[in-house]
Design a protein around this ligand. Structure first.
Ligand code: ATP
Ligand code: MG
Length: 352
């Protein structure tokens, strides 16, 4: 029996943070045995907003792989996919771009939110919105069935599902009344993948408002040291005026972190009570939550240290190189199937 596949990943626009953990990484680590897992570094997509910063993209590519290994992604069990080395993804992006109306892509709410949050105005690159189509290709190149992601990615996965259905109708003759789970059995090339949201689908940033994000300067990183964590926690915006005001727990970033990372649930319930009653100040809660986050991150930091420095960088590059052939084997097979369905089965090629 072959296992169903997972594809998900991260863009090298910075190091990984707590939002990545609760939104996606935790599920990735947990599902490694049950699924055939492919974890992708979207280094080509990083160029959509940072084309003039190749050094940063390379550095962040290595940093993310270090974060992955530190949290428990195991290169022995899962395949790491370096997007720029998998040509089938770029080719499928073109074919899928033809199956999606331009306005459908531009209406994608995640793209709109990113344009606003990252202040891209009307000067973003032509390639920027194309990344949403490219993400359909990332997933479908591996014919993945499950995509562990945070809430912000749901709109992208929905578009990917539409492309998969449309490709199967247009080129494989699968009936449009087919149920999503039956597309492959009915002769389609692509399964219609499902998003799997994390324990917390949207972790708020330390600004107390926007989603925690690598590029918004509101993140607690998985590699942050104790003092940075405590400093960042101190700055979390709760909107509360004074320590004796009855506090609001719902929608409060501090308590979202507390419920995500405090192991002692009795103490958490007590803190919530005290806060609501105006019997504890923000400072004391921040200190306690900061300590809980630090306790969670300490073993991750320790494991990451084994990949520090130049030797660590070399080890990571070696792992990435090792996995290129593994990833291309699947992606090339998919491309062959897709091109055959599109009457494009002209020439064989060997990339593995
Ligand atoms: P960028 O600022 O460059 O967009 P990001 O922090 O949004 O970076 P991505 O690489 O876009 O990170 O996202 C990687 C994965 O992590 C996605 O599945 C995304 O949904 C998830 N994720 C990112 N931030 C959060 C968050 N704050 N809460 C829950 N999930 C998140
Ligand atoms: Mg993002």
């Amino acid at each position: 029996m072959t296992k169903p596949r997972i594809l998900t990943g991260d863009t090298p626009t910075g190091r990984l943070h707590l939002g990545h953990w609760v939104g996606s990484l935790e599920n990735r680590v947990r599902l490694q045995d049950e699924y055939d897992c492919y974890f992708l570094i979207a280094n080509m997509h990083a160029f959509t907003t940072r084309a003039e910063k190749p050094d940063d993209i390379r550095r962040d590519t290595l940093e993310i792989v270090k974060d992955w290994i530190a949290v428990g992604i195991d290169p022995e069990r899962s395949t790491l996919v370096l997007q720029t080395e998998i040509p089938a993804i770029a080719e499928l992006t073109w074919y899928f771009a033809m199956l999606l109306p331009f306005n459908r892509v531009m209406r994608n709410p995640t793209l709109k939110a990113e344009i606003e949050a990252k202040d891209l105005g009307d000067h973003y690159s032509f390639g920027f919105p194309l990344y949403a189509v490219g993400q359909c290709a990332d997933i479908l190149a591996f014919r993945a069935e499950l995509v562990p992601v945070g809430e912000d990615q749901e709109a992208h996965i929905e578009m990917c599902r539409e492309v998969a259905r449309r490709f199967n109708h247009v080129y494989c003759g699968v009936d449009s009344t087919t149920k999503d789970e039956d597309y492959v059995a009915k002769g389609g090339v692509f399964p219609v993948p499902k998003a799997k949201l994390g324990r917390i689908a949207r972790l708020v940033g330390t600004d107390g408002k926007q989603k925690m994000s690598k590029s918004l300067n509101n993140a607690i990183f998985l590699s942050d040291e104790t003092n940075e964590i405590l400093k960042k926690c101190k700055k979390v915006v709760t909107g509360r005026q004074s320590a004796t005001d009855p506090g609001v727990v719902e929608g409060n970033a501090l308590f979202q972190y507390a419920s995500a990372f405090m192991k002692d649930t009795a103490r958490l319930a007590e803190l919530e009570q005290l806060y609501k009653a105006g019997q504890i100040g923000d400072g004391a809660v921040k200190e306690e939550v900061g300590r809980a986050i630090d306790a969670f991150l300490a073993p991750i930091r320790d494991k990451r240290k084994s990949l520090d420095g130049k030797a660590g960088d070399e080890r990571v590059v070696e792992i990435l190189r090792d996995h290129i052939a593994r990833a291309n084997r699947v992606a090339e097979e998919t491309l062959r199937m897709a091109k055959a369905a599109m009457k494009l089965d002209f020439g064989p090629r060997q990339l593995q």
